[in-house]
Ligand binder design. Structure first.
Ligand code: SAH
Ligand code: F3S
Length: 491
């Protein structure tokens, strides 16, 4: 039996893609390796959103080279966004790589691996670039790859990602995603429903719909257009499913029907990741984000009106081309006043192929980017703490996800009835830490919140637990995922 080691960096799309690649190779008789040293193939599923993510992969490739020299049969693969972006350049920089496969070609991995094993030499499969062909031709070259699932590769056995669409057509000036993940292409509602139903039958209780701009979802069918709100209504009807989340939202597509669906459908979490990216109209214009800060605030006001308890989160870029102190101040003011539950903050990283790279100088010095990054993090931490403190003294329903990082780091392995420090999330995506029997992993429990920090809440299991939760719902295979994304790209 051949063994595979796969490392995944980047966003949830990559986590899902790795799950699918593993599922496909398992059907060909492959298994997951326990360590990289005993693997017959080492794959990196890569991210191109920032330079740093690429640098990390190239240095990992440098390390695996020594292994490849010792064992020439080892198959080294580079999958995903960096494969699509760099293409033949990957092998120019690291000639010991055998396999380069873009995100739109992952369905070919088993065939390409077999070809390498048969002695056909290095294999490269990528989709068309976004110039020089018709949109249809380009779209067709990014092939859907969603039917295979592998429970062992999920973040937990009871949580799964389901893709609503691939690609992105927004072309924000800083962003490489439309170039490496191709044109936006939706999946049919019935396909998504069938996948969710199957996942629930396998023990999933929470589904997170993922798309680069998930709320731009559109599927035209017999004169009717299905939007994300319709999809949520469809999934809300799946028996056995407890929670539905969706990421990432594009501010302009936060339509009233979607906000109403979140308000009215009981399984849909009141958690909205809607990146603002910046607080200044001038910078948003340079970023080609397609809205003003006034429009963003109007959207936020509608969300707060209809969903007063919803957690809204954002992404921000600091040090974008030409960002002045005064412009940065507008982002700082936005973070101080908008009440985001948390924000992911990134230093601008110029990406070849994007409009900003071609037309705008990367002129904010790195130490200024660092200082702005730090100032924004501190501002957000204060806001996050104030938001979390408001939960102390309340009772929250939590989906228990597993051991807390404290116990995971210590390698604590409690017996089936042992108590450990566990972690879970509320309907608003707040992390809660509490002591409880490990058999509660994968279940919904009520927790009385006793204290709060900027990043998490702590509490105790509420009374009446034994009556409230059916015991037959327990299904714990493994608490820790087999591979973890090392750094989330944005969400
Ligand atoms: N819609 C996608 C966005 C992917 S990129 C999603 O699913 O989240 C995630 C975040 O990375 C973006 O929201 C943006 O804040 C940040 N980002 C994108 N390109 C960047 C760049 N060139 N430099 C720094 N940060 C960037
Ligand atoms: Fe799309 Fe990237 Fe903008 S994924 S919405 S181009 S941030």
């Amino acid at each position: 039996m051949k063994r595979l080691w796969i490392e995944t960096v980047g966003c949830q799309m990559n986590v899902l893609d790795s799950e699918l690649v593993v599922a496909a190779l398992r059907r060909e008789g492959w298994a997951l390796a326990g360590t990289q040293a005993e693997a017959d193939a080492v794959f990196y599923n890569t991210c191109s959103v920032r330079q740093h993510a690429e640098d990390k992969i190239y240095s990992a490739l440098g390390r695996v080279r020594l292994e490849k020299e010792k064992r020439p049969d080892l198959i080294v693969g580079v999958l995903g966004c960096m494969a699509q972006k760099d293409q033949a350049l990957v092998r120019a920089r690291a000639p010991w790589v055998d396999l380069v496969v873009g995100p739109g070609q992952l369905h070919q991995v088993p065939r390409l691996v077999a070809a390498i094993q048969a002695g056909a030499g290095p294999q490269l499969e990528v989709s068309f670039d976004r110039k020089g062909k018709s949109r249809d031709e380009i779209a067709r070259s990014f092939e859907s790859y969603d039917p295979d699932r592998d429970p062992g590769m999920r973040p937990t056995p009871f949580q799964a990602f389901v893709r609503t669409q691939t690609g992105c057509d927004k072309f924000c000036a800083f962003c490489v995603v439309p170039h490496v993940r191709g044109p936006e292409q939706a999946r049919a509602p019935e396909t998504i429903l069938a996948e969710a139903t199957k996942l629930v039958a396998e023990g999933c209780r929470e589904i997170t719909l993922i798309g680069q701009t998930v709320n731009s979802y559109r599927w035209a069918d017999g004169g009717r257009t299905h939007r994300l709100a319709d999809l949520l209504a469809l999934l809300d009807g799946v028996a056995g499913l407890d929670r539905i989340k969706f990421v990432t939202n594009y501010p302009r597509d936060m339509t009233p029907d979607l906000i109403a669906a979140v308000r009215d459908l009981p399984k849909v979490c009141h958690y909205l990741h809607v990146p603002a990216q910046h607080g200044s109209d001038d910078v948003l214009l340079r970023m080609k984000r397609g809205y003003t800060i006034g429009e963003y605030m109007e959207m936020l006001a509608r969300v707060r009106e209809e969903l007063p308890h919803a957690a809204v989160t954002s992404d921000f870029i600091v040090g974008f081309c030409g960002e002045t102190d005064a412009e940065f101040q507008t982002t700082l003011d936005l973070v101080r006043t908008a009440g985001f539950k948390n924000s992911f903050i990134f230093k601008y990283s110029p990406r070849p192929g994007t409009k900003a790279f071609d037309r705008l100088p990367d002129d904010v010095p790195d130490d200024v980017k660092k200082a702005r990054n730090q100032a924004l993090l501190e501002a957000q931490a204060e806001v996050s703490l104030a938001g979390n403190l408001a939960f102390v003294g309340t009772r929250q329903q939590v989906l228990v996800e597993g051991l807390s990082t404290r116990d995971e780091k210590k390698g604590v392995q409690p017996g089936p009835d042992g108590v450990a420090q566990l972690t879970g999330r509320t309907m608003c995506d707040r992390i809660v830490v509490f002591d409880a029997p490990v058999r509660l992993v994968g279940r919904l429990v009520d927790i009385d919140i006793t204290s709060a920090g900027a990043w998490s809440l702590a509490g105790i299991v509420a009374d009446g637990l034994a009556d409230a939760v059916p015991l037959d719902a327990v299904r714990v295979h493994s608490i820790a995922p087999l591979t973890k994304p090392s750094t989330p790209a944005g969400v």
